[in-house]
Design a protein around this ligand. Structure first.
Ligand code: ADP
Ligand code: F6P
Length: 461
C-alpha cells in the first residue's frame, strides 16, 4: 500500500490529550490505522522560519515532520489571511472579514514555502492528503514543481455559496488553484454543491452525477465526506473510571439538578452569545427550571491574538455575570463557564452525566461535539441533543431537536423540550442518532476519502 502523507497547519499531538480542535483528533485517528507522514507547522515561530530545519518526531507508525514559520508569516498567514479573511468569509461573516493584499500575499507565500519544503520529502508512490483552509493553494504549487502523485484536499469548515465566496478579492485564483487536487472533499452535500455551483456559474463547468467536475482542462472528483469520530473508543471513554469520577462530581452538587452541556472553542461561529441568551430565555419563559437546570459551558480559548476572539470572550463573561446575577440562588448557579481543557475521558464522562447536549453554532463545518455527545450517552437513560440547523452535523443527525440559533425563543423552547422529554422518546431519538454516528464514523470518513483518492491514481496509471 502506498504511503500516506497528510498535510495540515497544526500537527499533533498524537497521544490522548486535552487538545481542543476537531481536525487534530480526526487526523490522528486516520493516520493511526496504516501509519504515514504528517507534515505541517511545528507551532514555533523563529527568525529562520520556513527556511529552518525539518523537525522530526516518531510516534508509533506516524512520522511527524514540521517546520517553523517566521513572525511575518504567522501574522499574514495564520493570524492574517486564514483567520481574519478566509475563516469569517467561509462562515458567512463578511462583516468580520479583513481584505488586505499583504495578508493575501503572505498566504500564497506560506502555501508555496510549505509545498517547496514538502516536495523533496515525497516518494513516487505517495498519496498526499492536504487539509483545511490554511493550504487551499499548496497542491497547485506541488504540481508546478512536478508532483504527479494523487493529491486530495479536504475542507473541514463550510464552503460558502458563490454569492458569498465571490466577495473575496481574487477568489478566482484560489478557486483555480484548488483544481490542482484530484479529489476535493467537503463536510456536507450542501458545501460540495456550493463549490460545484461556483464553477458551473462562473466558468461553465460540466458536472456528472457522481461528482466529476470538468473545467479548464481538468477533471476532479468533488464530494461530501462527512467527518466522524471513533465512536466505539469514545463510548468506551464514557464508561471509564475517569469518566465516572467526572460524572460523580456533578452529582455531589446540591439539589435535584439537570445539566445542559456545551463544549466549544471560544469562537464567534459557535453561537455562544446566542446560546447564553437562549438559556436566559429558558429561565425566563419556563420558571420551573430555576434552581433546577444549569448550563455547563466548557469553552477553551482560541486564537486569542485576534480582536474578534477577545471581544467574544469578554461578551460571554459579561452575559454569564448578568444571567447568574439575575437568577442564581445560594446553592444554584445557572451558568458555569470554564475555559479549562479536559482530557477526553473526563469530557466523555461530563457528556454522559448531562441530560442535554447543546450544540448551537451559527455556522459550523461538521461539529464533532454533537457526535461525541451522542456516543457517550447511556442506552438506558440517554440525554437529548439540541442541534443547530447550521451545523454540518444536522444533515445526518436529524433525530436531534433542530433549532435556529439566531432565534433565542426557538432555542429556549428546544432546550425545554429536551429537559422534559419522556424516556421512550429519548431512547427512540438516541437510537436513531447513534446509528448515524456509528455509520458515519472516522473510519468511514478516511476510507471513503482515501478510496476516492487512490481510485484517481489507478485511473491515471
Ligand atoms: P472545531 O474543530 O471548530 O474546534 P469540533 O466540534 O468539530 O470544532 O471539534 C472540537 C473538538 O475539540 C472535539 O473533539 C472536542 O471534544 C474537543 N474539545 C473541545 N473543547 C475541549 C476541551 N475543553 N477539552 C478537550 N477537548 C475539547
Ligand atoms: O476545524 C477547523 C480548525 O481551524 C482546524 O483546522 C483547527 O485545528 C481547529 O479548527 C482549531 O483552530 P486553530 O488551529 O486555529 O486553533
Amino acid at each position: 500500500m502506498s504511503r500516506l502523507v497528510v498535510v495540515s497547519n497544526r500537527v499533533g499531538p498524537v497521544r490522548e490529550t486535552a487538545k481542543a480542535g476537531g481536525l487534530a483528533v480526526a487526523i490522528v485517528d486516520a493516520l493511526r490505522t496504516d501509519g504515514g507522514v504528517w507534515f505541517g507547522w511545528s507551532g514555533d515561530i523563529s527568525p529562520e522560519g520556513t527556511h529552518g530545519p525539518v523537525k522530526r518526531e516518531e510516534a508509533g507508525r506516524i512520522s511527524l515532520l514540521t517546520i517553523d514559520i517566521d513572525q511575518a508569516a504567522y501574522d499574514t498567514h495564520y493570524a492574517g489571511f486564514c483567520n481574519r479573511t478566509l475563516w469569517p468569509i467561509f462562515h458567512y461573516r463578511l462583516d468580520l472579514a479583513h481584505f488586505d493584499r499583504e495578508l493575501e500575499r503572505g498566504y500564497w507565500n506560506v502555501n508555496n514555502r510549505f509545498a517547496t519544503r514538502l516536495f523533496p520529502l515525497l516518494e513516487d508512490d505517495d498519496v498526499i492528503w492536504v487539509h483545511d483552509y490554511h493550504f487551499l493553494a499548496l497542491g497547485s504549487k506541488l504540481r508546478t514543481m512536478g508532483a504527479n502523485q494523487p493529491i486530495g484536499f479536504f475542507l473541514h469548515i463550510p464552503f460558502p455559496v458563490p454569492e458569498v465566496f465571490t466577495a473575496l478579492p481574487n477568489h478566482e485564483a484560489l478557486a483555480r488553484a484548488m483544481l490542482a487536487y484530484d479529489v476535493v472533499g467537503f463536510q456536507t452535500r450542501r458545501d460540495a454543491n456550493a463549490f460545484i455551483r461556483f464553477f458551473v456559474e462562473e466558468y461553465g463547468a460540466q458536472v456528472t452525477e457522481d461528482g466529476l467536475l470538468t473545467v479548464q482542462g481538468r477533471t476532479i472528483k468533488v464530494g461530501a465526506f462527512p467527518i466522524g469520530i471513533d465512536t466505539d473508543t469514545f463510548r468506551q471513554f464514557s464508561l471509564s473510571p475517569e469518566a465516572n469520577r467526572q460524572g460523580k462530581r456533578l452529582k455531589t452538587l446540591p439539589g435535584d439538578r439537570c445539566y445542559v452541556i456545551g463544549v466549544d472553542r471560544i469562537d464567534y461561529t459557535k453561537g455562544l452569545v446566542e446560546r447564553f441568551r437562549a438559556f436566559s430565555k429558558l429561565l425566563e419563559n419556563y420558571p420551573e427550571n430555576r434552581n433546577h437546570v444549569s448550563l455547563i459551558q466548557v469553552a477553551p480559548t482560541s486564537r486569542d491574538e485576534l480582536d474578534a476572539y477577545i471581544e467574544i470572550r469578554q461578551e460571554l463573561e459579561q452575559i454569564t455575570g448578568n444571567v447568574n446575577g439575575r437568577f442564581s440562588d445560594l446553592d444554584w448557579t445557572p451558568i458555569r463557564l470554564t475555559t479549562r481543557p479536559l482530557r477526553r475521558r473526563s469530557l466523555a464522562g461530563l457528556y454522559r452525566a448531562c441530560r442535554v447536549g447543546l450544540v448551537t453554532p451559527v455556522r459550523d463545518g461538521m461539529n464533532l461535539v454533537a457526535k461525541e455527545y451522542v456516543a457517550a450517552q447511556s442506552e438506558v437513560d440517554p440525554g437529548v441533543l439540541v442541534l443547530s440547523r447550521f451545523a454540518g452535523a444536522a444533515e445526518s443527525l436529524d433525530a436531534a431537536i433542530i433549532v435556529n440559533p439566531y432565534d433565542v425563543e426557538d432555542t429556549a423552547e428546544g432546550i425545554q423540550r429536551a429537559v422534559i422529554m419522556p424516556l421512550d422518546e429519548r431512547r427512540d431519538r438516541w437510537r436513531q442518532l447513534f446509528s448515524k454516528v456509528q455509520g458515519e464514523d472516522i473510519e468511514a470518513w478516511y476510507s471513503n476519502f482515501l478510496g476516492a483518492l487512490r481510485a484517481t491514481a489507478r485511473k491515471a496509471a
